[in-house]
Design a protein. Structure first.
Length: 86
């Protein structure tokens, strides 16, 4: 995937993941970064369980990235000790 596709996928996954975890989002840049990291983490987790990782810019990859973003956001909130409700 191109870097632009990763950014778009990361933005969408980070935004949706932020809304799932804390309902308010983390801000544009942090949503993108956490979404891209989430796509990588989600791909790794899905591969561990025998499913396909991120395959391109499609709905399946978006689902993988959102799952990874939620995992990354929960860990992020645990590390930073955020007072927001998880």
């Amino acid at each position: 995937m191109s870097i632009l596709a990763w950014i778009v996928l990361g933005l969408i996954a980070g935004f949706i993941g932020s809304k799932i975890v804390n309902k308010s989002g983390e801000g544009l840049i942090l949503d993108i970064v956490l979404g891209i990291v989430g796509a990588v983490v989600g791909g790794y987790l899905f591969t561990l369980f025998g499913a396909a990782p991120v395959t391109g810019l499609n709905l399946y990859s978006l689902l993988v990235a959102i799952v990874g973003a939620v995992v990354v956001l929960v860990v992020y909130h645990m590390i930073t000790g955020s007072s927001r409700r998880i």
